[in-house]
Design a binder for this molecule. Structure first.
Ligand SMILES: Nc1nc2c(c(=O)[nH]1)N[C@H]1C(S)=C(S)[C@@H](COP(=O)(O)O)O[C@H]1N2
Ligand SMILES: [Mo]
Length: 256
C-alpha cells in the first residue's frame, strides 16, 4: 500500500536524521535495531522535553520579513483528503464547516469560519521545518488558541489539547490527530490559521483551518482540523502516543 511505503520512508528519515546527530544509528537497517531505536526514543523523551523547555523557555519562534516568504509553501503528507466528511464540506466551499471545542471545558463551543475570522487575529511569518529535511517560510493568519480556550474556559484537570483532523493519512480508516500541552497551547504564536500568505489556506495546506504551533516540527502542525479537544491525558486515544506520527515512533515533544 502506498501509504505504508510513505510511513516506512518517514521512519527512515527520522532514524537517519536523529542517528546522524547522535553519531550512533546511521546505517543500521535491521528491523530489531529499528524497534530498539524507537524504544530508546521514548525513554529519552521526557528528558528531551524538560531539557528543551529549560533551554527555550517562553521564547517566540523567529519571525521573518515578507521578502523571505517562499514562493510555494510546499505541501506534505495529506494534500487532498478523500474522506467523505471532508469531500462533502469541500464541495460547498466549506460553508457548513464548524470548528468544535470540547472536552474539559466549561462551555463546549462551535464556530463557523466567518465567526473565527471576526475574532482577534494574529499574523506571523514563520519557518516550517519538516523532519524530512526541508523548510519553507509562510505568512499565517489566525485566531490565537489561547483566545478560543479562554472563551471555552478550561476545567480543572485540563492538561493537553488534542487536534482531530479530517484526513486518513495512513489509509487505514483512522484520522490524523496531534496533541500539545497547555504551555504550547497558550503560547502567543499558537494559532488556528485560516489564511496563508493573505489568502484562504489552500486545500493542500490544510483548508479550511490548520494549526500553527511555531516552535514545533512539521508533523505537529495539524491540517484539516475540525475538533479541538481538551483532555487530561492522551493515552486512551488511537495508538496512545499523542499523535499519528508519534504512534509511528516520532517524538511527542517535536520541538525546534
Ligand atoms: N491533518 C494532517 N496534518 C498534517 C499532516 C498530514 O498528513 N495530515 N502532515 C504533517 C507534516 S509531516 C507536515 S511537514 C506538515 C505539512 O504542512 P504543509 O502541507 O502545509 O506543508 O503538515 C503536518 N500536518
Ligand atoms: Mo513533516
Amino acid at each position: 500500500m502506498p501509504n505504508e511505503d510513505f510511513a516506512a520512508n518517514r521512519r527512515r528519515f527520522l532514524r537517519l536524521s536523529l542517528g546522524a546527530g547522535a553519531g550512533l544509528l546511521a546505517g543500521c537497517d535491521a528491523q530489531s535495531q529499528r524497534e530498539g531505536f524507537v524504544d530508546a526514543l521514548s525513554l529519552a523523551e521526557p528528558l528531551n522535553r524538560r531539557m528543551q523547555r529549560l533551554l527555550t523557555g517562553d521564547r517566540l519562534a523567529r519571525e521573518f520579513p515578507a521578502s523571505m516568504i517562499s514562493p510555494v509553501f510546499k505541501p506534505n503528507g495529506s494534500i487532498d483528503p478523500r474522506t467523505p466528511e471532508y469531500l462533502a464540506l469541500k464541495a460547498q466551499g466549506f460553508a457548513a464547516y464548524r470548528l468544535r471545542i470540547r472536552g474539559l471545558v466549561e462551555r463546549p463551543l462551535e464556530f463557523a469560519l466567518h465567526a473565527l475570522q471576526a475574532m482577534p487575529a494574529r499574523t506571523q511569518i514563520t519557518r516550517h521545518d519538516c523532519v524530512e529535511g526541508w523548510s519553507v517560510i509562510g505568512q499565517w493568519t489566525g485566531v490565537p488558541l489561547a483566545h478560543l480556550l479562554g472563551l471555552a474556559r478550561l476545567r480543572p484537570g485540563a492538561r493537553y489539547v488534542v487536534f482531530h483532523c479530517f484526513d486518513d493519512l495512513l489509509g487505514d480508516g483512522s484520522r490524523y490527530y496531534e496533541s500539545i500541552d497547555l504551555h504550547d497551547a497558550l503560547h502567543p504564536q499558537t494559532i488556528a490559521a485560516y489564511a496563508l500568505n493573505g489568502a484562504p489556506v489552500p486545500v493542500a495546506n490544510g483548508a479550511p483551518l490548520r494549526m500553527r504551533i511555531e516552535r514545533k516540527l512539521g508533523y505537529k502542525q495539524p491540517k484539516y482540523v475540525h475538533t479541538i479537544e481538551v483532555v487530561d491525558g492522551y493515552a486512551r486515544l488511537a495508538g496512545g502516543k499523542g499523535g499519528t506520527w508519534e504512534d509511528q515512533g516520532y517524538d511527542w515533544y517535536g520541538g525546534i
